[in-house]
Design a protein around this ligand. Sequence first.
Ligand code: 13P
Length: 254
Amino acid sequence: MRKKLLAGNWKMNKLNAELSDYFEQFTKALRLNETQVKNQVDTLFAVPYLLLEKSASIAQKFGISIAAQNVHWEKSGAFTGEVSISMLKELRVQTTLIGHSERRQYFGETDETVTKKVKACLENGMTPIVCVGERREEREQGKTSQVVSRQMQAFLEVISSPGSLIVAYEPVWAIGTGLSATSDQAQEVHALIRDILSKKFGKGTADTIRILYGGSASPKNVDDLFTKPDIDGCLVGGASLKPDEFAAMVLAGR
Ligand code: 13P
Protein backbone atom coordinates (compact mmCIF):
# COMPACT_ATOMS: atom_id res chain seq x y z
CA MET A 1 0.00 0.00 0.00
CA ARG A 2 1.56 3.30 -1.09
CA LYS A 3 0.81 6.27 1.13
CA LYS A 4 -0.50 9.20 -0.88
CA LEU A 5 1.76 12.24 -1.26
CA LEU A 6 0.35 15.70 -1.83
CA ALA A 7 3.19 17.92 -2.98
CA GLY A 8 2.74 21.63 -3.58
CA ASN A 9 5.09 23.32 -6.05
CA TRP A 10 5.10 27.02 -5.31
CA LYS A 11 7.34 27.79 -8.32
CA MET A 12 8.53 31.45 -8.09
CA ASN A 13 5.79 32.60 -5.73
CA LYS A 14 5.42 33.83 -2.13
CA LEU A 15 7.71 35.67 0.28
CA ASN A 16 9.09 34.78 3.70
CA ALA A 17 6.69 37.37 5.12
CA GLU A 18 3.72 35.32 3.89
CA LEU A 19 4.73 31.96 5.34
CA SER A 20 3.31 32.17 8.85
CA ASP A 21 -0.14 33.15 7.58
CA TYR A 22 -0.11 30.49 4.91
CA PHE A 23 0.77 27.62 7.24
CA GLU A 24 -1.62 28.83 9.91
CA GLN A 25 -4.48 28.85 7.42
CA PHE A 26 -3.39 25.57 5.88
CA THR A 27 -3.19 23.64 9.14
CA LYS A 28 -6.45 25.20 10.34
CA ALA A 29 -8.17 24.14 7.12
CA LEU A 30 -7.00 20.57 7.65
CA ARG A 31 -8.86 20.50 10.97
CA LEU A 32 -6.78 17.57 12.08
CA ASN A 33 -3.99 17.37 14.55
CA GLU A 34 -0.50 16.96 13.23
CA THR A 35 -0.22 13.23 14.07
CA GLN A 36 -3.37 12.40 12.15
CA VAL A 37 -2.23 14.30 9.08
CA LYS A 38 1.13 12.60 9.18
CA ASN A 39 -0.32 9.12 9.54
CA GLN A 40 -2.75 9.36 6.69
CA VAL A 41 -1.04 11.29 3.93
CA ASP A 42 2.39 12.77 3.29
CA THR A 43 2.46 16.49 2.60
CA LEU A 44 5.31 18.44 1.07
CA PHE A 45 5.96 21.92 -0.30
CA ALA A 46 8.61 22.63 -2.92
CA VAL A 47 9.45 26.28 -2.28
CA PRO A 48 11.97 28.79 -3.69
CA TYR A 49 15.46 28.44 -2.17
CA LEU A 50 15.19 31.62 -0.11
CA LEU A 51 12.02 30.34 1.56
CA LEU A 52 13.44 26.93 2.49
CA GLU A 53 14.82 27.73 5.91
CA LYS A 54 11.80 29.52 7.32
CA SER A 55 9.30 27.14 5.70
CA ALA A 56 11.14 24.16 7.14
CA SER A 57 11.13 25.59 10.64
CA ILE A 58 7.38 26.23 10.50
CA ALA A 59 6.21 23.23 8.52
CA GLN A 60 8.24 20.52 10.21
CA LYS A 61 6.31 21.15 13.44
CA PHE A 62 3.29 19.82 11.57
CA GLY A 63 5.02 16.82 10.02
CA ILE A 64 5.06 18.59 6.66
CA SER A 65 8.17 18.25 4.51
CA ILE A 66 9.87 21.02 2.59
CA ALA A 67 11.61 20.43 -0.72
CA ALA A 68 13.72 22.42 -3.15
CA GLN A 69 12.71 22.91 -6.77
CA ASN A 70 16.11 22.13 -8.28
CA VAL A 71 19.67 21.22 -7.31
CA HIS A 72 23.07 20.99 -9.02
CA TRP A 73 24.81 17.64 -9.42
CA GLU A 74 28.33 18.76 -8.46
CA LYS A 75 29.41 18.86 -4.82
CA SER A 76 30.85 22.41 -5.04
CA GLY A 77 32.82 24.63 -7.37
CA ALA A 78 32.60 27.37 -9.96
CA PHE A 79 28.89 27.11 -10.83
CA THR A 80 27.57 30.63 -10.35
CA GLY A 81 23.94 30.77 -9.31
CA GLU A 82 23.68 27.08 -8.47
CA VAL A 83 22.93 25.27 -5.21
CA SER A 84 24.43 21.95 -4.06
CA ILE A 85 22.95 18.95 -2.31
CA SER A 86 24.99 19.59 0.83
CA MET A 87 23.67 23.18 0.98
CA LEU A 88 20.14 21.79 0.99
CA LYS A 89 20.99 19.14 3.55
CA GLU A 90 22.46 21.79 5.83
CA LEU A 91 18.93 23.21 5.99
CA ARG A 92 17.57 19.69 6.64
CA VAL A 93 15.96 19.63 3.20
CA GLN A 94 15.85 16.00 2.04
CA THR A 95 13.83 16.24 -1.18
CA THR A 96 14.01 18.14 -4.45
CA LEU A 97 12.12 18.35 -7.71
CA ILE A 98 14.24 17.42 -10.72
CA GLY A 99 13.53 18.13 -14.38
CA HIS A 100 10.32 20.10 -14.00
CA SER A 101 9.05 20.98 -17.49
CA GLU A 102 9.54 24.70 -16.78
CA ARG A 103 13.22 24.00 -16.15
CA ARG A 104 13.37 21.96 -19.34
CA GLN A 105 11.52 24.65 -21.30
CA TYR A 106 13.11 27.87 -19.99
CA PHE A 107 16.44 26.89 -18.41
CA GLY A 108 17.96 24.33 -20.72
CA GLU A 109 17.36 21.25 -18.56
CA THR A 110 17.78 18.11 -20.66
CA ASP A 111 17.50 14.36 -20.13
CA GLU A 112 21.26 14.45 -19.65
CA THR A 113 21.28 17.04 -16.85
CA VAL A 114 18.27 15.36 -15.24
CA THR A 115 20.22 12.10 -15.24
CA LYS A 116 23.24 13.69 -13.54
CA LYS A 117 21.00 15.28 -10.92
CA VAL A 118 19.06 12.10 -10.16
CA LYS A 119 22.30 10.12 -9.80
CA ALA A 120 23.83 12.73 -7.48
CA CYS A 121 20.67 12.83 -5.36
CA LEU A 122 20.44 9.08 -4.94
CA GLU A 123 24.14 8.78 -4.14
CA ASN A 124 23.88 11.49 -1.50
CA GLY A 125 20.68 10.67 0.35
CA MET A 126 18.43 13.24 -1.32
CA THR A 127 14.96 12.20 -2.55
CA PRO A 128 14.45 13.22 -6.18
CA ILE A 129 10.93 13.86 -7.46
CA VAL A 130 11.66 13.43 -11.16
CA CYS A 131 9.21 15.14 -13.50
CA VAL A 132 8.37 13.69 -16.90
CA GLY A 133 5.65 14.49 -19.40
CA GLU A 134 4.88 15.18 -23.03
CA ARG A 135 4.16 18.50 -24.75
CA ARG A 136 0.85 19.15 -26.49
CA GLU A 137 2.17 18.50 -29.99
CA GLU A 138 3.79 15.27 -28.85
CA ARG A 139 0.46 14.02 -27.51
CA GLU A 140 -1.31 15.10 -30.69
CA GLN A 141 1.23 13.14 -32.73
CA GLY A 142 0.62 10.03 -30.61
CA LYS A 143 4.12 10.23 -29.11
CA THR A 144 3.23 10.34 -25.41
CA SER A 145 4.54 6.84 -24.55
CA GLN A 146 7.67 7.36 -26.60
CA VAL A 147 8.51 10.69 -24.91
CA VAL A 148 7.79 9.53 -21.38
CA SER A 149 9.72 6.28 -21.93
CA ARG A 150 12.71 8.22 -23.24
CA GLN A 151 12.68 10.60 -20.26
CA MET A 152 12.41 7.68 -17.82
CA GLN A 153 15.05 5.47 -19.48
CA ALA A 154 17.57 8.32 -19.55
CA PHE A 155 17.96 8.47 -15.77
CA LEU A 156 17.11 4.82 -15.05
CA GLU A 157 20.10 3.77 -17.09
CA VAL A 158 22.54 5.17 -14.54
CA ILE A 159 20.93 3.98 -11.32
CA SER A 160 20.96 0.46 -9.96
CA SER A 161 18.48 0.95 -7.15
CA PRO A 162 15.56 3.40 -6.94
CA GLY A 163 16.34 4.41 -3.35
CA SER A 164 13.75 6.99 -2.38
CA LEU A 165 12.85 7.89 -6.00
CA ILE A 166 9.47 9.52 -6.68
CA VAL A 167 8.22 10.14 -10.22
CA ALA A 168 5.80 12.90 -11.24
CA TYR A 169 3.91 12.64 -14.50
CA GLU A 170 3.15 16.18 -15.61
CA PRO A 171 1.78 16.53 -19.14
CA VAL A 172 3.08 19.94 -20.20
CA TRP A 173 -0.21 20.89 -21.87
CA ALA A 174 -2.04 20.45 -18.58
CA ILE A 175 0.26 22.66 -16.49
CA GLY A 176 -1.30 25.97 -15.50
CA THR A 177 -3.95 25.68 -18.21
CA GLY A 178 -6.94 24.51 -16.19
CA LEU A 179 -7.03 21.59 -18.66
CA SER A 180 -6.15 18.61 -16.49
CA ALA A 181 -5.54 15.22 -18.06
CA THR A 182 -8.57 13.01 -17.44
CA SER A 183 -8.06 10.36 -14.80
CA ASP A 184 -8.04 7.73 -17.59
CA GLN A 185 -5.36 9.60 -19.56
CA ALA A 186 -3.26 9.99 -16.41
CA GLN A 187 -3.70 6.35 -15.35
CA GLU A 188 -2.60 5.13 -18.77
CA VAL A 189 0.73 6.96 -18.47
CA HIS A 190 1.16 6.11 -14.77
CA ALA A 191 0.72 2.41 -15.66
CA LEU A 192 3.36 2.80 -18.38
CA ILE A 193 5.76 4.42 -15.89
CA ARG A 194 5.17 1.62 -13.37
CA ASP A 195 5.76 -0.93 -16.08
CA ILE A 196 9.08 0.73 -16.98
CA LEU A 197 10.03 0.73 -13.27
CA SER A 198 9.02 -2.97 -13.00
CA LYS A 199 11.23 -3.94 -15.91
CA LYS A 200 14.15 -2.13 -14.30
CA PHE A 201 13.73 -3.02 -10.62
CA GLY A 202 11.20 -5.87 -10.50
CA LYS A 203 7.49 -5.65 -9.76
CA GLY A 204 7.81 -5.79 -5.98
CA THR A 205 10.06 -2.74 -5.89
CA ALA A 206 8.14 -0.87 -8.60
CA ASP A 207 4.99 -1.30 -6.54
CA THR A 208 6.56 0.69 -3.69
CA ILE A 209 7.49 3.74 -5.84
CA ARG A 210 5.10 6.65 -5.75
CA ILE A 211 4.00 8.20 -9.04
CA LEU A 212 2.37 11.63 -8.71
CA TYR A 213 0.14 13.37 -11.23
CA GLY A 214 0.61 17.09 -11.93
CA GLY A 215 -1.12 19.50 -14.30
CA SER A 216 -4.12 21.57 -13.20
CA ALA A 217 -4.80 19.19 -10.31
CA SER A 218 -7.31 20.84 -7.99
CA PRO A 219 -9.92 20.05 -5.35
CA LYS A 220 -12.36 19.55 -8.27
CA ASN A 221 -10.57 16.65 -9.96
CA VAL A 222 -8.51 15.11 -7.18
CA ASP A 223 -11.16 12.61 -6.03
CA ASP A 224 -11.48 11.28 -9.55
CA LEU A 225 -7.70 11.07 -10.01
CA PHE A 226 -7.44 9.15 -6.73
CA THR A 227 -9.82 6.43 -7.96
CA LYS A 228 -6.99 5.20 -10.22
CA PRO A 229 -4.67 2.46 -8.97
CA ASP A 230 -1.37 3.98 -10.11
CA ILE A 231 -1.98 7.60 -9.07
CA ASP A 232 -0.28 7.94 -5.70
CA GLY A 233 -0.63 11.64 -5.15
CA CYS A 234 -0.40 14.97 -6.91
CA LEU A 235 2.20 17.63 -7.65
CA VAL A 236 0.17 20.80 -7.42
CA GLY A 237 1.07 24.25 -8.72
CA GLY A 238 -1.65 26.91 -8.69
CA ALA A 239 -3.97 25.25 -6.18
CA SER A 240 -1.13 24.83 -3.67
CA LEU A 241 -0.77 28.61 -3.40
CA LYS A 242 -4.20 28.74 -1.73
CA PRO A 243 -4.11 27.12 1.69
CA ASP A 244 -7.80 26.13 1.68
CA GLU A 245 -7.61 24.50 -1.75
CA PHE A 246 -4.45 22.60 -1.01
CA ALA A 247 -5.78 21.46 2.37
CA ALA A 248 -8.88 20.10 0.61
CA MET A 249 -6.63 18.09 -1.69
CA VAL A 250 -4.63 16.72 1.24
CA LEU A 251 -7.89 15.62 2.89
CA ALA A 252 -8.90 13.87 -0.36
CA GLY A 253 -5.71 11.81 -0.11
CA ARG A 254 -6.71 10.19 3.20
P1 13P B 1 -0.53 23.61 -12.01
O1 13P B 1 -1.10 22.78 -10.90
O2 13P B 1 -0.58 25.08 -11.74
O3 13P B 1 -1.08 23.20 -13.34
O4 13P B 1 1.05 23.27 -12.06
C1 13P B 1 1.44 21.96 -12.07
C2 13P B 1 2.89 21.90 -11.87
O5 13P B 1 3.67 22.33 -12.71
C3 13P B 1 3.38 21.33 -10.60
O6 13P B 1 4.74 21.09 -10.66
